[in-house]
Design a binder for this molecule. Structure first.
Ligand code: PBG
Length: 330
């Protein structure tokens, strides 16, 4: 059947019909809001390159999450820590009283129902800013696995609901799974940053987390943006090693990868709408070049349409607030 029998515009005629045939909707339950926690009290450092985001001390972070839940109903967060001291291997992150475990305990005490995803990586904790232990100018894979496993156990013992390794070392999901299980933490799921690309879109994050590499870049462990077969291999390995959820990161330049992974594996799929993607929207919005609220909604909807079940996004709070303000179900 074709025109004039077929007229696709019939189902676009008015809002009621469009609402009825809409294929994809972003729901607040799909969203995870990232936060950056720093030592001290009453600290709220604006992150210049990420308007509306802050480095928060634990007290203000707890207050912020309380407000997030109360005003938007978003009840899932991702935590990054900025320590007051760094070391060569990131061992500071494995201590019981490291910044993120302290924050997790404080949040859980007041807001036990909030799901806390803890990012596992060494780059915020190493003096050189690389994601692992450096030997002869490169990150040593197998040595790094030790700190990742120890950090994961510390975070899960503190009360993290989900462990999310973002380092891109080979074999880390298996090693972390075993370490968690050996410590009786067999019910703590792993959200693996499986296909994580060496991306310029992480620029603002590295200011926020103070984690820029001091020499070289991350291309010897993060993926080449040109590759997508390799993403399938990465995801496959993480599933074999025991990942409960897999991730593609960044999101927008990699929607094809999201779709491929979703079509290939029956796994909960996470997409990380990263800092640079967020900041570009904010910059264009601040200049009045785009309708920011519509742009945010279109972006999140596209990521979900591509196949993501879960979206980590700095827009989470604002998106839900916008929808509620407009009187829409979200
Ligand atoms: C840590 C980590 C990074 C991001 C999440 N976890 C930075 C990096 O790999 O350099 C990026 C998040 C973002 O840009 O929003 N390895």
């Amino acid at each position: 059947m074709s025109f004039p029998i077929t007229r696709l515009r019939r189902l676009r005629k008015n809002a009621v019909i469009r609402d009825m045939v809409r294929e994809t909707e972003v729901n607040r339950d799909d969203l995870i809001m990232p936060y950056f926690v720093v030592p001290g009290t009453n600290v709220k450092n604006p992150i210049k390159s990420m308007p509306g985001n802050y480095q928060l001390s634990v007290d203000l972070l707890v207050a912020e999450i309380k407000d997030l839940v109360a005003t938007t109903g978003v009840n899932k967060i991702l935590l990054f820590g900025i320590p007051d001291q760094k070391d060569e291997t990131g061992a500071v992150a494995c201590e019981h009283n490291a910044i993120v475990p302290v924050a997790i305990r404080a949040i859980k005490k007041e807001l036990p129902q909030v799901l806390i995803v803890a990012d596992v990586c060494n780059c915020e904790y190493t003096t050189h800013g690389h994601c692992g232990t450096v030997v002869d100018g490169d990150v040593d894979n197998d040595l790094t696995l030790k700190t990742l496993a120890a950090q994961s156990v510390t975070l899960a013992q503190a009360g993290a609901d989900v462990i999310a390794p973002s380092d891109m070392m080979d074999g880390r999901v298996g090693v972390i799974r075993k370490a968690l299980d050996d410590n009786g933490l067999y019910n703590t799921p792993i959200m693996a940053y499986s296909a994580k690309y060496a991306s310029a879109f992480y620029g603002p994050f590295r200011d926020a987390a103070e984690s820029a590499p001091q020499f070289g870049d991350r291309s010897s462990y993060q993926m080449d943006p040109a590759n997508s077969d390799e993403a399938i291999r990465e995801v496959e390995q993480d599933i074999i090693e025991g990942a409960d959820m897999v991730m593609v990161k960044p999101a927008l330049s990699y929607l094809d990868v999201i779709r491929r992974v979703k079509d290939t594996f029956n796994m909960p799929l996470v997409a990380y709408n990263v800092s640079g993607e967020f900041s570009m929207v904010k910059a264009a919005g601040a200049n009045g070049w785009v309708d920011e609220a519509r742009l945010i909604k279109e972006i999140l909807t596209s990521i979900k349409r591509a196949g993501a079940d879960i979206i980590i996004t700095y827009h989470a709070r604002e998106f839900v607030t916008n929808e509620l303000k407009a009187g829409r179900r979200v």
